[in-house]
Design a protein around this ligand. Structure first.
Ligand SMILES: NC(=O)c1ccc[n+]([C@@H]2O[C@H](COP(=O)([O-])OP(=O)(O)OC[C@H]3O[C@@H](n4cnc5c(N)ncnc54)[C@H](OP(=O)(O)O)[C@@H]3O)[C@@H](O)[C@H]2O)c1
Length: 298
């Protein structure tokens, strides 16, 4: 079979380019002068990038996405309990097309060989000479963006978890993207997995208090049981995924995410952003919202 995907220039293919980390990675690559193919199901036009339609569940979209790419930022298919089933055939095609470097987005909670993306993590070093697996802690943008926590804050002034008082090294997606850019473009790839955190471990009570201070609107943390959390989630997403997310909260309650690493500083040369900085950047009321309208002067 001939594969039409000859690499002519140095170009990064960014998956999930409309999402939280992919959009930031694409923007930071463009700002640093790199060429970017921005992949998503909608082939959305992002400034400076070449949009390309890509669907993990439609192998017919793989060739055009890979054409001309020599590195790839991989965001797994969201909520798929077995992402390896679609990702490994894509990665083998990418290798055959001459893609030299793969940077996979995984999670601090999932080790090599673990569930879901853990199987892809295990395969990546055998497929690519140059690679990295990013294992970020929970994203700060869960409380500021389009995540269910952010919606619940906006709509009800509450964060509901089964994480209890457990602390998490929440990380800014801008910092994840900054590490992704270095992993994709440095002369030497990391060839390792990288656990990414912010500068401090915070509980969800701490997050609620900071959001309250920054927005001026009261936000509380509602501590659910594991089963209540699972059942709430299962009303919105498949039970298997809901159970996995509730288990992750239980692990947080047990202290599994109570850690910080120096990876962002070591890789990018600057310290990671704290949650207050991110909340002020993304949640603080704008002047238009705070200055009362004076109305017509006549
Ligand atoms: N949130 C957290 O706290 C956290 C922490 C650690 C790790 N993670 C991991 O981060 C990943 C999510 O990354 P993210 O937050 O950057 O993404 P995201 O904001 O959830 O966006 C998902 C992206 O994937 C694209 N997409 C969805 N379905 C697709 C499909 N079938 N084929 C191709 N593209 C598809 C979407 O674009 P279109 O809709 O335009 O196709 C979008 O760009 C998950 O694997 C999660 O486990 C999250």
């Amino acid at each position: 079979m001939t594969v039409a995907c000859t690499a002519l220039t140095r170009t990064a293919l960014v998956m999930g380019a409309t999402g939280t980390t992919g959009s930031r990675t694409a923007a930071q690559l463009i700002a640093a002068g790199h060429r970017v193919k921005a992949a998503s199901r909608r082939a959305t036009l992002l400034p400076g990038t070449e949009p390309v339609r890509f669907d993990w569940y439609d192998p017919a979209t793989f060739g055009a996405a890979l054409s001309g790419a020599d590195s790839v930022y991989l965001v797994p298919p969201i909520g798929d309990p077995d992402p390896a089933a679609v990702m490994l055939p894509f990665l083998r095609q990418a290798r055959a097309c001459g893609v030299e470097r793969a940077v996979l987005l995984s999670s601090s909670a999932i080790p090599e060989g673990g569930p879901a993306v853990g199987a892809v993590h295990r395969a990546v070093p055998g497929l690519f000479d140059e690679w990295a697996v990013l294992r970020p802690s929970w994203f700060m943008q869960n409380f500021t963006g389009t995540h269910a926590h952010a919606d619940s804050i906006r709509d009800h002034g509450v964060i509901r978890t089964a994480a209890g008082g457990g602390q998490v090294g929440f990380v800014d997606a801008d910092d994840i993207a900054a590490v992704a850019v270095r992993a994709l473009t440095d002369d030497r790839a990391p060839d390792s997995d990288l656990i990414l955190t912010g500068p401090e471990a915070l509980s969800h009570d701490d997050i609620a208090a900071i959001v309250t201070q920054v927005t001026g609107r009261p936000v509380t943390h509602d501590r659910l049981t594991h089963d209540d959390m699972r059942d709430r989630l299962a009303a919105m997403i498949p039970l298997e995924f809901a159970t996995m997310l509730a288990e992750m909260d239980r692990a947080i309650a047990g202290g599994a995410e109570d850690r910080t690493t120096d990876t962002v500083l070591r890789v990018t040369g600057r310290p990671p952003n704290g949650f207050r900085v991110v909340a002020e950047r993304e949640l603080a009321p704008t002047q238009a919202q705070t200055v009362p309208e004076t109305g017509p002067t006549r």
